[in-house]
Design a protein around this ligand. Structure first.
Ligand code: GZL
Length: 320
């Protein structure tokens, strides 16, 4: 009798974990590779707790196969909505088809997928990465004109994760702008996988390259701030003053980049907003309530440089 009662109590506790009517969301986070990503995770977790949403969260440690496994487990658990920031933009159609056929809507959060069948996901919420690349290019053109009265220089590009939408699109946006300036060219381009450690490694190789020795104006464009901060370490260890001998531009707008700019070691960061939790759960709640949601929801973002980073640093520290 006692055993049966204990089992009954245990079942009640477990079942009680998900209250009746409570929304359950499965979120297959891609990793924890950068400050941007950890701020993004904090926003997704924090907002779920605030709204009393039951969040089933997984970290794929930058492996697509782990994300796919997580999505399959969310389908088996019959969650209400799946959130997916796809590590790379290919290889998603089979598992997205399984989610659709199981009647579970998928919201792409942060990054997009390459597919001709847009019934495979309900909506995308994140940034316009092409615009971010253009913002970086336009800032550089203005900066060169302002400093030298001409637009010329050699760009050393730290590329994000190979195959990832932000890496592909930031490069495309940046190249679209510099294509109008024949004396401003990318002379070296290599992936640092969006991490500080790899960004430092790639910069060490750039410094040893013949292109570095021949460069008249050394410009480093990183697809995220973490790689640029790694590059700064490599430059300083090589006895190069990043602030005076180079121009360094990153993307994300993390507080550490604001600090490096305030210290005169970096020059510009293009914002990419990680704090999409509130907008993401607005979309989840609308979906569960049977409402239509837009196919694309872009974050609002700016560009920050040495004219404003120091005074804005305390504010930025409240976000990261
Ligand atoms: C962009 C996001 C990128 C960040 C990087 O939305 O996917 O991934 O720019 C992060 O810092 O690693």
């Amino acid at each position: 009798m006692k055993k049966a009662l204990a089992l009954l109590v245990a079942f009640a506790i477990t079942a009680g974990t998900v209250m009746a009517g409570q929304i359950t969301v499965g979120f297959a986070q891609l990793g924890a590779e950068s400050m941007w990503r950890t701020a993004n995770t904090d926003s997704i977790k924090g907002e779920a707790a605030k709204r009393g949403i039951n969040l089933v969260f997984s970290d794929a440690q930058q492996k697509q196969e782990n994300q796919i496994k997580a999505v399959r487990s969310f389908i088996a658990q019959e969650v209400d909505v799946i959130g997916l920031p796809p590590l790379v933009n290919s290889g998603w159609e089979p598992v997205l088809r399984e989610a659709r056929d199981a009647g579970i809507p998928v919201i792409l959060a942060d990054r997009t997928v390459d597919t001709s069948d847009d019934s495979l996901y309900v909506s995308f919420i994140g940034s316009n990465f092409i615009q971010e690349g253009e913002n970086a290019g336009n800032w550089l053109v203005r900066e060169l004109m302002g400093r030298y009265g001409e637009v010329s220089g050699e760009v050393f590009e730290l590329v994000g994760t190979v195959g990832a939408a932000p890496a592909i699109d930031r490069k495309a946006g940046f190249e679209k702008v510099i294509a109008n300036h024949p004396h401003l060219n990318i002379v070296k381009s290599q992936s640092g996988d969006f991490t500080r450690a790899k960004g430092k490694e790639v910069m060490e190789a750039f410094i040893k390259s013949p292109e570095w020795g021949r460069a008249s104006r050394k410009i480093i464009f990183g697809h995220n701030d973490d790689m640029v901060l790694g590059a700064i370490q490599a430059l300083e260890e090589a006895g190069i003053n990043p602030g005076t001998e180079c121009i360094l531009i990153g993307v994300d707008g993390i507080a550490d980049a604001f600090e490096a700019i305030a210290q005169g070691k970096m020059h510009c960061t293009v914002e990419c907003n990680p704090l999409i939790g509130p907008q993401f759960y607005d979309m989840v709640e609308a979906l569960v309530a049977g409402k239509e949601i837009p196919k694309i929801v872009y974050s609002i973002e700016g560009t920050y440089d040495y004219m404003c980073a120091e005074v804005l640093l305390p504010w930025r520290r409240t976000l990261y």
